[in-house]
Design a protein around this ligand. Structure first.
Ligand code: MTE
Length: 309
């Protein structure tokens, strides 16, 4: 794992977005000391600090990340979210936190943001459909918010729900899924430092099609676990129902850890297509836990991952 994480540099400290990729390649061998002398004023609007958890893999462009999406509330086409998600009202926004917590309530998004530390997390992102991207999120650790709400010892799982706004979301009236979109994590997964609530992308507030104003990101699991536009977080003593598992339990398990050895019933998960690579790009091998095994494999010790898929 050593060498895959960078720890010295937040791209936005040194360069505008448009120059990011070239500058970053140029600087690859230069080291942190030299970078200090190059950096101008920080351009980051969100001012997210760099993180040791970021990958040094090449990020996808903003264009790719914001025009090839899954967000079924806005339709099932990859371009539907970019086309229709502008209609979603994201301000004001409240997140209900309830269940087994000491401080249940409706938390205003602005208030949540005042009490968390934003970091840039450049994560690999692997969709169950066998495409992948590398995405520079800005966000905070979900554990920060859960700790603030006072998760009680009896809580074994955390459940999440997306907003349901039929007037703003043209996909709601079509029965693609049972709404609200729901997801869930085991408590140790939810408290893991890799698990974030993303509120930004390329140092701008996260666009609606990517799940504004805040969405879960769990980088070692298939993308559908990373639920968008969260309005409710519930601490529970039992495993919550989750949307894709409810729709087809044979194909989508609760865990949905990225695993090249456990195929989807209808396709192989051994390799993936990185979005933006072009028509003739070689597929790349899919990594166990999407490459985050050193950090998370211990969470699943003793479990049969082909049964708990
Ligand atoms: N969240 C909601 N509410 N609705 C969705 O349809 N799609 C999921 C996940 N979160 C989805 C969702 C799937 S299948 C994937 S791959 C990712 O969002 C896609 O995230 P992206 O569009 O930001 O790449």
């Amino acid at each position: 794992m050593a060498g895959r994480f960078k720890s010295d540099l937040n791209w936005s400290d040194v360069t505008p977005k448009s120059a990011f990729l070239n500058r970053r390649q140029l600087m690859a061998g230069a080291g942190a000391v030299a970078l200090g002398s190059i950096g101008g004023p920080a351009l980051a609007k969100l001012d997210a600090a760099p993180s040791k958890f970021s990958t040094d893999a090449e990020p996808n462009s903003l264009e790719e990340i914001t025009t090839y999406n899954n967000y079924y509330e806005f339709g099932t086409g990859k371009e539907d979210p970019a086309r229709y998600a502008d209609a979603l009202t994201t301000d004001p926004w409240t997140v209900k936190i309830d269940g087994l917590v000491d401080k249940p309530g409706d938390y205003a998004f602005d208030d949540i943001m005042k009490n968390v530390t934003l970091e840039e997390r450049i994560y690999r992102f692997r969709c169950v459909e066998a495409w992948s991207m590398v995405i520079p999120w800005a966000g905070f650790e979900l554990a920060d918010l859960l700790t603030r709400a006072g998760v009680q010892p009896g809580a074994k799982y955390i459940a999440f729900e997306t907003a349901v706004r039929p007037e703003e979301m043209p996909g709601i009236s079509r029965g693609y899924l049972e709404w609200p979109y729901r997801e869930g994590l085991r408590i140790d997964e939810a408290m893991h430092p890799l698990t974030i609530m993303a509120t930004g992308l390329y140092d701008e507030p996260i666009p609606n099609q990517n799940g504004a104003p805040l969405r879960l990101v769990v980088p070692w699991k298939y993308g559908f676990k990373s639920i968008k536009s969260v309005v409710r977080i519930s601490a529970m003593d039992r495993e919550p129902p989750t949307s894709w598992n409810m729709a087809n339990a044979r194909e989508y398990g609760f865990y949905s850890n990225v695993n090249p050895e456990v195929d989807h019933p209808r396709w192989s998960q051994a390799s993936e297509r990185k979005v933006g690579g072009g028509l003739f790009a070689k597929r790349q091998p899919t990594l166990m836990f999407n490459g985050y095994g050193d950090e998370v494999a211990s969470l699943y010790e003793g479990m049969d991952l082909s049964k708990n898929f």
